[in-house]
Design a protein around this ligand. Sequence first.
Ligand code: MN
Ligand code: MN
Length: 461
Amino acid sequence: MDIKEWKDKLLYSQKNGWDRLPQEEEAPLEAYCTAYKAYLDAGKTERCCVKESIRQAEALGFRAYQRGEALKPGDKVYRNNRDKMLLLAVIGTAGMERGARITAAHIDSPRLDLKPNPLYEEAELGYLKTHYYGGIRKYQWVTIPLELRGVVALRDGQVVEVAIGEGEEPKLVINDLLPHLGAEQSKKTLAEGIGGEQLNILIGSRPMEGDDSERVKTQLLRLLYEKYGFTEEDFISAELEAVPAVNAVDIGLDRSMIGAYGHDDRVCAYAALKALFDMEKTPEKTAVCVLADKEEIGSDGVTGMQTAAFDTFMDDLCEALGTPLKTCLERSFCLSADVTAAYDPNFGDVYEKRNSARLGYGVGLCKYTGSRGKGGASDASAEVVAFARRVFDEAGALWQMAELGKVDAGGGGTVAKYMANRNIDTLDAGVPVLSMHAPFETVSKLDCYMTYKAMKAIYER
Ligand code: MN
Ligand code: MN
């Protein structure tokens, strides 16, 4: 062999995905990203995501599955877990006997939840108190337009959907100090500059007629009652989430990226969902797509990835198809589809260049996550990684190998370990993100599309 041949054979080098993108995939990539942006705009909370996903699934023939119903290959079913988690499956020709091909993503994103007693008036301004959800950098959430989404459950059991700030509606905002008076604040660290109890949302300033006290607050309660029919006490049984009032847009003169709120992890959720929808024929192994809630706060609770609702759904499918659940799980494969950090040259010192995901290099595979010496990682086995490499290469899904950052810089984890703990071979894979957990995150269109191709390959091959 000459030197070039030796080099090509022996050296591992990742290459920019745009150089490797076949001409005929340009149009499908753009079409995919357009549909993804619409999904983001419709799905700014986990409840909105579940609703939009079910709408799309039902249009393609998926039906809500009830325990005990007979199943046959090709059946498309879903289960809505409390409007916040969604499980979907396409029954394979081999039923559950040979295991399932699972993708698990999450549809909750960092945001500001309203406290149970949120509304107050001070200095004739109306405010809502919040308790942030997930790992946010608090200073990023001030002076940006916000909208309020969620539900208020009334005492009589009726559930009212709330969407304040949607479309042309007025927005809400959290204010910050002007630089002229910010000298003391500026001496604080980024983490302390804006405190959790300062994340109070400005919601009104015009008093109601009369000479009572708290006239701004009363006016706001009147407006809420007129529009939604709930009173101050009803905030107690509500889930209202303040999210950035910004829709997804293209970023860059070359339109190579997408900026939006909630890429983490709807960018993988949409890839997992769309790939399930787009399978060309009935797969051999049953394809399962899990869109989970509560990942950002530890995957606990009835709608988080640790919930028995997943096992129950799988067991229901297994029973209908005559396979013991444990047999199915031990033969299954799961792609834990969550975003990873993209290398950011502006903050190069927290990344390890040789093992960081790069924007535009394809779906990022993480053998392990965790922090302080892989702590809390499920650490996929070598065989599992080799399997994924092969499947993705055969399907033309461009991929890259990644770690979250420098060994001692910090770390993170996702739902992978909760799947692996169930005796399912699991590998982390997802889209590299810039400014992860910020109100406005950036991803590469190429990586979005390649993640979709990767999910599809896992279901089909
Ligand atoms: Mn995530
Ligand atoms: Mn996250």
